[in-house]
Each structure stands twice: as structure tokens, then as C-alpha cells.
Design a binder for this molecule. Structure first.
Ligand SMILES: *Cc1c(COP(=O)(O)O)cnc(C)c1O
Length: 469
């Protein structure tokens, strides 16, 4: 399997070539040259596999430059009951007639990002050792991504993480999760500023190409193809749990921000998984809902980006969206380059011609939006009527899922975080504390390891320089 860029650079690259990369050199995103088709006999065979074996089968279709035995070992070391809390890894539970919740949040940081990040940690360590190289991951986080990256990379050979976060702005639980890590290769840098200050510093460092090359600076952002690929697996696993034969269809409802999670659903559907609808659920930051209703993609300004109670979906643009539009427009790299380059830079977005937009529905996409009031009502309803406590993002997914139910088609809502991460809103909705996994009781009291800094790029560079080996 080879990979190409959504903006037209068709230089064939292998999986290992793009594993440690962010954007393609032309500014596009990497995609496989084609989506391998999975036939009925293959689906039937996969139905009986464990999660790790299923992951190995799917990954093998896209990775041909890591020996099979090595890949199998990495995947089996990743998806274990010890790390994800159950043998099923992504267990499905019934919520009400026709609606299921697929649990993707039982990994170390209680959010679905662990599903991909844990694999990425093992793949990075393997590939860096094979090349005899080192990598210093520099990132900015307001919560979920940073902790998922740190828990995936902790103790890994050849990798160091430098994670910037806004000082005093994360929840006590999120701070405790990250700052209690004692691993030497994990560096928490808290910046006296807001999240945007952290991100600006990361950008400034990344723009210093000489510094970046000399200190082997990399990222683990959501556009990484390996992350997306790892997420494809749980669409298959959810399908197998909700059905007993391959002539049945299911729909998935996906709480969405950067379009990474639901883009993996799109890949699964392109491979032939019988998916009726991919329900894109947004919060008040409704860039994606607007597109799927109107055909207009309009990037939001910072001032227009709302701080919500489902904060991991508070985005101004959907970084993975370009991948879907590339497929929608017949993989025309030149058109994608024009739309996502100049059109966004100059006009802040684009509107697809009606004939192109009309085809979006044939890819199964529908959408909806959820507000703080919807979130509270949905969390209350699920708790009082169904006896299950949902986090705020999953509640957005359920709210929109219910607007798109079809008779006879199971609707699988992806649970993207556990309520313990968003205690404040749970208290507001239910007047009680969220349940917390036993292993995380009292983490706020653990010793904290972080370095406080002013929002000063030079100081961050000096810190990285002194600690990057
Ligand atoms: C990251 C995240 C999302 C959004 O996922 P995308 O892939 O960016 O669409 C939703 N819910 C939670 C809890 C997250 O951490």
C-alpha cells in the first residue's frame, strides 16, 4: 500500500515513511491510494476475532513495510484487557430500543483518543529503534490530547514529550492525570497564559526549521494517518457486536470536532462495512453541521469559537475534513489544493457546487448540533430512564443520534469520554459526582511534576534544548 497527498503530490510513500510525519510537503493530508474492499467471506471470518486480531487484519491491509510478526506483536501488546479494562476492549451496551453505546473510553486517560494513541506509542518506539533515531514530540493541549499522548509515550525508548498547557486552566482531574506522571521522558510545561498562547509557541518553534531539524521535533496531532487507521478497527468491532449476520446494516453517531473519529467511519464504510448512516454530532461549534446541511464550509474565527461543556469539540476548523472532501470530489488534488489553500486563506471557506454537495448523502453522512441545554437534558434522561451516566460529548452524540433513527437499523453511539473527566457538568445535570474508575481515586493528591514558564518561545526552546538529549 502506498500513500498520496490530498493536494496532488502523488509521490508514492510507504506507511513507515508517513508514520512520523504531519502534513504532506504540499500542505495536504496523507491517504492510501485506494481503500481495500472487504468482501462478505472476510467479514464473516473477522466476526469471530478478538479485538487485537481484528486490528491486525485491518492494519495489515494498509501496512506492508513492517514484518507481519512484528506488527502482530505490537498490536497484541497494545489492545490488552489490562490497559482497556475488558476483554472486548470496546464493549457495546444497550441504551434503549435500537440504540447502543460503544465504549471507547476505558483506556488510561478515559477518552477515545487512547484507542489510537496507545498504538501510536508502540509504532513510534518500533520505527525509531529500527531507524536508530530519536523524536521529541512538542504539543499544546487544553486537556484530552495531551494526556492521551503522554500516557501513550511514557517510558517509550527514543521518544520524549514536551507538552504545553495553560497554567491553572485545566480541571483538577486533568492536571492530576498529566502532572502525576513521573516518567523521565515526559515534560509538562505550564504556560502563564491561555491555550492559544501555548499553540502559538508550538507553531513558532515548528516554524524554526533549523531548530526543528536539529532537535528532531515532531507532533502527534489528529491528522496523523496511523491514528485514523487505528480508529477504523472499532467501527468493525461495533458492527460485529450489534449484528449477527453481514446482511444487516448499522448506523454510527459520532461526537465530532476535528472530523478524525468520523473520518475513520468513512474509511470503514469505503472498505465495505455495511454502514447506513454516519451521524456527525457537533456542539455549539457547528462548522461540520453547517457543511452537511448546506454545502458551505466556513472556518470560524477565534472570537467565534465557543467555550462549551463538551470542550474537546471546541474547534474553529475541522482538520481532517479535507480527507473526506478529497474522496467526495473524485480525488481531484488540484481542486482540493485550491479549496483548502487560497479559498480558506482568502475567503475563510468555500461552498461546493450543488451537484458535488448532493453526493455527500451517498456517503452516508447526516448531521446535527447539540447545545449546553440539550447536553444537560440528555445526560439527565439517560441517567433517570436508562440508568447510565454519559459524558458531555457522548450526550451530544446521543442527542443527534435520536434525530436520525431508522426502523430496523441499530444506532451505535460512540462513547468518546467517561463522565469522570467532566465532573462540573455532571454535577450541574444530576446534582451528584460522576463515577470514577477505582484506579483514579485520589489522583489529585499525588505529587505533581511540571515546569512553570512565561509565554516566551525562547524560554521554551531553551528548555527543550536542555532536556532533549
Ligand atoms: C477529541 C474528542 C472528540 C472529537 O473527536 P474528533 O476526532 O476531533 O472529531 C470528541 N469527544 C472527545 C471526548 C474527544 O476527546
Amino acid at each position: 500500500m502506498k500513500y498520496l497527498s490530498t493536494r496532488g503530490d502523488a509521490t508514492p510513500r510507504g506507511f513507515s515513511d508517513i508514520l512520523l510525519e504531519g502534513l504532506a510537503p504540499d500542505g495536504g493530508l496523507y491517504l492510501p491510494t485506494h481503500y481495500p474492499k472487504v468482501d462478505d467471506a472476510t467479514l464473516a471470518r473477522w466476526r469471530g476475532l478478538s479485538y487485537a486480531d481484528l486490528a491486525f487484519e485491518i492494519l495489515s491491509l494498509y501496512i506492508d513495510d513492517i514484518p507481519a510478526a512484528d506488527l502482530k506483536r505490537l498490536v497484541q501488546a497494545t489492545y490488552t484487557e489490562a490497559v482497556f479494562g475488558s476483554a472486548a476492549i470496546v464493549p457495546l451496551r444497550r441504551l434503549e430500543d435500537g440504540v447502543w453505546i460503544e465504549a471507547l473510553s476505558n483506556g488510561p486517560t478515559l477518552a477515545f483518543k487512547d484507542m489510537a494513541m496507545q498504538l501510536l506509542g508502540n509504532l513510534f518506539e518500533y520505527e525509531l529503534a529500527r531507524r536508530g533515531e530519536q523524536l521529541n514530540i512538542l504539543g499544546a493541549t487544553s486537556g484530552d490530547t495531551g494526556s492521551a499522548a503522554e500516557y501513550a509515550m511514557r517510558g517509550k525508548q527514543g521518544v520524549r514529550v514536551f507538552m504545553l498547557s495553560p497554567h491553572g486552566r485545566m480541571s483538577a482531574f486533568q492536571q492530576a492525570q498529566m502532572f502525576s506522571l513521573q516518567d523521565e521522558n515526559i515534560h509538562n510545561i505550564t504556560v502563564e497564559g491561555v491555550f492559544d498562547d501555548c499553540q502559538d509557541i508550538v507553531k513558532a518553534v515548528s516554524n524554526d526549521l533549523e531548530f526543528k531539524r536539529r532537535h528532531k521535533i515532531g507532533t502527534v496531532n489528529s491528522i496523523n494517518w496511523a491514528r485514523l487507521l487505528a480508529q477504523v478497527v472499532y467501527y468493525f468491532a461495533g458492527y460485529f457486536q450489534a449484528t449477527c449476520a453481514n446482511d444487516q446494516k448499522v448506523s454510527f453517531a459520532v461526537p465530532s470536532g476535528n472530523f478524525g473519529n468520523v473520518c475513520a467511519g468513512h474509511v470503514a464504510r469505503m472498505m465495505g462495512l455495511p454502514i447506513a448512516q454516519l451521524v456527525v454530532a457537533t456542539n455549539e461549534n457547528d462548522v461540520l453541521d453547517e457543511f452537511f446541511r448546506t454545502g458551505t464550509y466556513r472556518v470560524r474565527a477565534t472570537a467565534e469559537t465557543h467555550e462549551t461543556s463538551s470542550p474537546s469539540m471546541d474547534i474553529s476548523k475541522a482538520s481532517n475534513f479535507e480527507r473526506f472532501v478529497f474522496d467526495l470530489l473524485g480525488r481531484d488534488g488540484a481542486r482540493i489544493a485550491a479549496l483548502f489553500g487560497p479559498a480558506i486563506a482568502k475567503e475563510g471557506g468555500f461552498t461546493l457546487p450543488p451537484e458535488d454537495f448532493a453526493r455527500a448523502a451517498s456517503y452516508g453522512f447526516v448531521s446535527g448540533r447539540s447545545t449546553h441545554a440539550d447536553r444537560l437534558a440528555t445526560i439527565r434522561d439517560a441517567w433517570q430512564r436508562c440508568g447510565t451516566m454519559l459524558d458531555t460529548h457522548t450526550a451530544d452524540g446521543l442527542k443527534v443520534a435520536r434525530e436520525h433513527l431508522q426502523p430496523g437499523v441499530p444506532m451505535i453511539v460512540l462513547e468518546t469520554a467517561l463522565p469522570a473527566k467532566f465532573a462540573e457538568t455532571i454535577r450541574e445535570a444530576l446534582g451528584r459526582e460522576p463515577e470514577r474508575p477505582a484506579a483514579l481515586e485520589g489522583i489529585e493528591a499525588l505529587p505533581k511534576r511540571f515546569t512553570l514558564m512565561p509565554p516566551d518561545t525562547a524560554k521554551v526552546k531553551a528548555y527543550v534544548e536542555a532536556h532533549c538529549g
